[in-house]
Design a protein around this ligand. Sequence first.
Ligand SMILES: Nc1ncnc2c1ncn2[C@@H]1O[C@H](COP(=O)(O)OP(=O)(O)OP(=O)(O)O)[C@@H](O)[C@H]1O
Length: 244
Amino acid sequence: MNAHALPAGADAVLRYENLNAYYGTSQILHGLSFDVPAASVVCLLGLNGMGKTTTLRATMGLVDRTEGRITLNGREVRGPTFKRSQMGVTLVPEDRKVFANLTVAENLEVARRPTGAADDFTFEDAVRIFPRLGERMNQKSGTLSGGEQQMLVVARAMLANPAYMMLDEPTEGLAPNYVEAIATSIRAARDRGIGIILVEQSLPLALAVGDWFHIIENGQIIQSLGREEALADAQRIEKALTVE
Ligand SMILES: Nc1ncnc2c1ncn2[C@@H]1O[C@H](COP(=O)(O)OP(=O)(O)OP(=O)(O)O)[C@@H](O)[C@H]1O
C-alpha cells in the first residue's frame, strides 16, 4: 500500500487527540487536539519554547513519552521513527542536515521514494521549484549556502512523496527570494494532496500559505483560526507572537 492509500472508511487526515508529551518528568504538551486534513497547510504559531517543535518531534516518536493519540488516515502513528516515516509522515527539522559529502543530485536520489502515483514529485519538479538547486546538482552539499541547504532539505522531503510533511521554521535566517521558493514548494506540495504542518516565526509566510492557524502557549492551543479569520485578525496574531 503506498503512502497515499487509505483504509476503507478513514478520513484523509493526520489527527491529534489530547496529546501530552514529556521530556523526562517535564510535561511539555498539555492535551493538544487538532487535525491536518490532506491537501491543507496547518500553521503552528507561538513564542519560543511553547512546544511547537515538541509537537513535531512527538509525531515522529522523538520525545521521551506521550499520552493521547495521533492517527494518520485512521491508523495509529506509533513505534520507532522509521516506522512512522514508512506510514507517510516526514519531518524537516530546523537543523538543515544535508549529507555534506554527497552532491545535491545524490542527496535527492537517496531521498527519492516513488509511490507510483501519477502526481509523485520528480527531479524535474524539484528543479522547477528550486532552480538554484538545478544549477548546483554536481556540487557537494556541504559547500552550499545555508539557504541552498534549506531548499535541498525541503526538496528531499518532497521527493520522498510523504502523505504528510512537517516543516520546522524552514525560512529562519533566509533571504527573501529563498523564502518565496519555500512558499512555492509548500503550495506545490499542498496542490498534490500532501497535508503540511508549518512551524513558522514569520507571520507573513504563514499567512501567505496557511489554511489553519493554531496559537500555542505553554503546550496548549489557546486560539485556532481559519484562513479568513487569520487574515482579518493578523494584527492580533502578531501581538500574540511578540514578547512584551
Ligand atoms: N530534549 C529536551 N529535554 C528537555 N526539555 C526540552 C527538550 N527539548 C525541548 N525542551 C523544552 O520543551 C519546551 C518546548 O520546546 P520546543 O522546542 O517545543 O519549543 P518551540 O515552541 O518549538 O520553540 P522554539 O522556537 O524555541 O524551538 C521548552 O521549555 C524546552 O526547553
